[in-house]
Design a protein around this ligand. Structure first.
Ligand code: HXC
Length: 526
């Protein structure tokens, strides 16, 4: 009778199901309660807790929970933990599919061995195939020392995939613990890095190696903490006071960007009236052109209420970048900030804005640029640091971008920086100015000094003559009307009408097409 029965007996099945449950439970418990408690004691969540909080409730499906390492050196065969120190899978954020992985510091310090790395590769491959964003939660001691070159091989497989996916799917890295050595290069290639204050560190070589090699004494936090990378290096785009805030930032970021390069940028209903008058803007720009004002106020006024997410706010504050919404449509904003360095473009500002412009262009996010720029920052250190090469990046990025481009000149647009900041000539689609705008080769004082030096020097009253010439120059050139007469501006508008003008323009150009010559890729001055 038994021989004829096609299925195993129920009791046999239940043993196998028990075995499966036992294996899954082992994988769920990571490195054990003691290490989980140690993780909590540091103010850090576990890998699984992080994923639960990142994704919509009950949306996570785990992949590869039963993967094990195959290292036999250093007695590693006696310490096999299913899952191999990284939790991988997919789920949703606001109902949209995302792939994610979270390194589990409680298992071999989250270190990346061969199989741990290949699990991440599988997630990156699935995200690319399905056109979904990928989010990496990093908390790792780096290359798993016991696995040697196999670990390095897996790292490189990840790097290759990060590069292959760049510009195809958004990639976001959250640093929630150590991230050292070559391991930093995966986050560095991804589109956005979020670092948690105090618990996360990123560096190529740690304090001890630096001490040995260069004799410099520097602590972990100073060397590679969140504040350092947010203000000095520009490596991180966001800092968060704890794991919860970091995960909130990721959710907000995902809501503002499309899932892949073939998708259109997200658009939602907005309760902020499209025709809302921005009255405060009529009096914002000071009469004295050397006095600063806050360009952040312009952005807040014009965009949909509370929709602006500033990126890299502590790095190169002379330029503001960020994502927000205009009439419900996701847009990218680039704006000179007169409160810092008078809004000049320097090396850091150029690089910061150029990479952001390229992100927006890759992912079909329209660009809105606010201009108040006296020029590129003068100085030997800027010249020697390569402002020519770095400034060219921003020019290249704006000129290359084929997404809808809108530009508002609020005050100064001088010299080469006028051309660079999404001018009509590099294919701005809707270029407008306020009556306070000054489009010129340079400011009045500098111009008069160069073209009227002899006249001033030979005058009976040089100071009076200089002032007269400055006033003349300002009247003739320090305005938007010469540029408007040439068609370099599509319009000059009352500042309070900026929001409604931009909403209408965006509607008109949203689906524009702008083909460029076929090529393998351009050669941006890196
Ligand atoms: C294997 C590791 C490990 C690693 C940590 N662990 N890092 N195991 N390979 N790289 C293990 C520890 O042995 C320990 O195991 C557990 O993880 C927790 O580590 P602790 O040291 O107890 O934790 P903590 O005091 O918080 O210090 C964390 C740490 C430190 C700062 C990350 O562990 C550390 O310095 N690790 C080495 C970092 C490193 O040099 N990595 C290589 C970098 S170069 P038990 O069993 O005791 O709990 C690199 C190159 C990448 O990564 C190249 C890519 C191309």
């Amino acid at each position: 009778m038994c021989g004829l029965f096609p299925f195993p007996l129920v009791s046999g099945n239940s043993d196998k199901i028990d075995e499966l449950r036992r294996r899954k439970a082992k994988s769920q418990s990571g490195g054990g309660q003691k290490r989980i408690s140690a993780q909590h004691a540091k103010g850090k969540m576990t890998a699984r807790e992080r994923i639960q909080e990142l994704l919509d409730e009950d949306s996570f499906t785990e992949v590869d929970a039963l993967v094990e390492h195959r290292c036999r050196d250093f007695d590693m065969d006696r310490n096999v933990i299913p899952g191999d120190g990284v939790v991988c899978g997919y789920g949703t954020i606001d109902g949209r599919l995302v792939y994610c992985f979270a390194q589990d510091f409680t298992v071999y310090g989250g270190s990346l061995g061969e199989m741990h790395g290949l699990k991440i590769c599988k997630i990156l491959d699935m995200a690319l195939k399905t056109g979904a964003p990928v989010i990496g939660l990093n908390d790792s001691g780096g290359a798993r020392i016991q696995e040697g070159v196999a670990s390095l091989g897996s790292y490189a497989e990840i790097f290759f995939r990060n590069v292959r996916s760049s510009g195809v799917i958004p990639q976001i890295s959250v640093i929630m613990g150590p991230c050292a050595g070559g391991a930093v290069y995966s986050p560095a290639i991804t589109d956005f890095v979020v670092m948690v204050e105090e618990t996360s560190h990123m560096f190529i070589t740690g304090p001890e190696v630096i001490k040995t090699v260069t004799n410099e004494e520097v602590g972990f936090e100073d060397l590679g903490g969140a504040t350092t990378h947010a203000t000095k290096s520009g490596v991180t785009h966001f800092t968060a006071k704890d794991d919860h805030v970091a995960l909130d930032i990721v959710r907000e970021l995902v809501s503002l960007i499309p899932s892949n390069n073939l998708d259109i940028a997200p658009s939602i209903e907005t309760s902020d009236p499209l025709e809302r008058s921005c009255d405060s803007l009529d009096t914002l720009v000071p009469e004295d052109p050397s006095r600063p004002y806050d360009m952040g106020e312009v952005i807040q006024e014009v965009l949909d209420l509370d929709s602006f997410l500033e990126i890299q706010d502590g790095f190169a504050p002379n330029i503001i970048i960020g994502l927000g919404r205009l009439g419900g449509q996701s847009i990218g904003v680039v704006a000179n900030q007169p409160m810092h360095l008078a809004g000049c473009l320097d090396i850091d500002a150029s690089v910061k804005a150029a990479r952001f412009v390229r992100f927006c262009d890759a992912f079909n996010i329209p660009l809105l640029t606010f201009v108040d720029v006296p020029g590129f920052l003068p100085g030997a250190s800027q010249e020697w640091g390569g402002i020519i090469r770095h400034g060219a990046k921003l020019l290249y990025a704006f000129a290359e971008a084929t997404v809808p481009k809108m530009t508002v000149i609020t005050r100064k647009a001088y010299g080469g920086a006028y051309d660079v900041m999404s001018s009509k000539h590099i294919r701005g689609d809707y270029n407008i100015a306020w009556p306070t705008a000054e489009l010129a080769v340079m400011g009045a004082k500098g111009a008069v000094q160069i073209i009227h030096r002899r006249r001033i020097d030979s005058s009976k009253n040089p100071e009076q003559e200089r002032q007269r010439l400055v006033d003349d120059y300002e009247e003739s050139f320090a305005n938007p009307y010469k540029a408007a007469a040439l068609g370099y501006l599509d319009d000059v508008i009352v500042p309070s009408e900026t929001r409604s003008a931009l909403v209408k323009a965006l509607g008109a150009i949203l689906e524009k097409e702008e083909p460029r010559p076929e090529k393998k890729h351009g050669n941006i001055p890196l």
